[in-house]
Ligand binder design. Sequence first.
Ligand code: CMC
Length: 380
Amino acid sequence: MSLPKDNKDSIPEPTKGLEGIVAADTTLSSVNGEKGILRYCGYNIDDLAFSTTFEETICLLYDNELPNKERLDEMTKNIGEARVLPKEVIEIITELVGKTSPMSTLRTVVSVLGHYEKNVPLKELPPKALRLVGQIATAVAMIHRSRENLPIIEADPTKGHAEDFLKMLHGTDSSKTQVNALNLYLILLADHGFNASTFSARVTAGTLANLHSAITSAVGTLSGPLHGGANEKAMDMIIEVGTKKKASDYIQNAFDTKQKIMGFGHRVYKVDDARKPHLKKMAKKIWEEKNDMKLFEVSEEIEKQVKDRKAIITNVDFYSAPLLYGLDIPTDLFTPLFAMSRIAGWTAHVLEQYRNNRLIRPRARYVGQIDRTFRPIEQR
Ligand code: CMC
């Protein structure tokens, strides 16, 4: 690109999409994209996936340690008690549903929830952050029940987060497999280095804006189809393909017309996403319990057809889709459910940013014209 001389001399070449740029240190999670390993605070998610609960993951991210029984009970109780929304927020949800997407409603709810919180010093911030972890789940369930004109189900703080969310959403008890599946999903998506939404939360926190402003930024960032919005689009594709034999033509057409196939590709992973095998295994289990393997088999066939054509990795959003759909969750709630998990990581990152803050402020390279001659409005 030819640049004005004075710019060219002083500004280095930008890195498009900040690829490969390390923006800060973190002790929360590490992603080894070459080997496909994700660790939370040093623990491989392969060890956490089927042997812990979402509440344990929250303890790990907040304390940097796995909890003992006492700490876990305290966390489960605190999150349970936090699954309550102020009456006025419920009214706002009722007012917004049907007029905008669940994800936009959720973003507004997070912003509004900030009005019910006091400014507190940093050492008192974790309980406030945890409240938001609980509240987001209730908001997602209420958004759904409100638009379906179904009675609101109050939270039961004695239940685990995954189990109670499914109850608040569906109004009925879920099977053990279903609760385990949601737990697994919430554990696996809780944190992932400097993904776009986490980074946006840290940028906002880096200005010393408050917690709810940072999380509102994150929810907005997550909504895009290149990030959290991909799970919904992946499910739309699986449903549209509908049968195994249609997958080949569908994928060929997507490549021929240069469309991005949702649930594939990743900035960091060079081999399949560390979370994929666990999500795939659990999605299969859920559909086996339903005795209906059709959509799961379509998913597998789409994966095969993509890989036959291009060396492209399967990311977290692909098998999240049949897993969530198998839990009877409507597709437009998929990204809000992503937020319901990632809120654990977002809030932990905001706390980490505040503890060792420096304003995040990169530069832009100006590539427009310079030294233009000003003309008054009458002469333009
Ligand atoms: N379908 C088809 N081709 C793809 C895809 C895809 N999903 N992803 C990447 N490619 C190709 C892309 O066309 C390019 O090919 P070429 O070098 O021949 O031009 C190459 O792979 C590199 O792609 P890129 O878009 O430059 O890679 P990126 O690092 O900028 O983008 C991504 C990463 C995740 C945005 C991208 O892979 C994508 O758009 N995937 C689909 C959306 C998606 O599934 N997003 C969820 C991401 S993981 C969870 C999360 O963060 O929320």
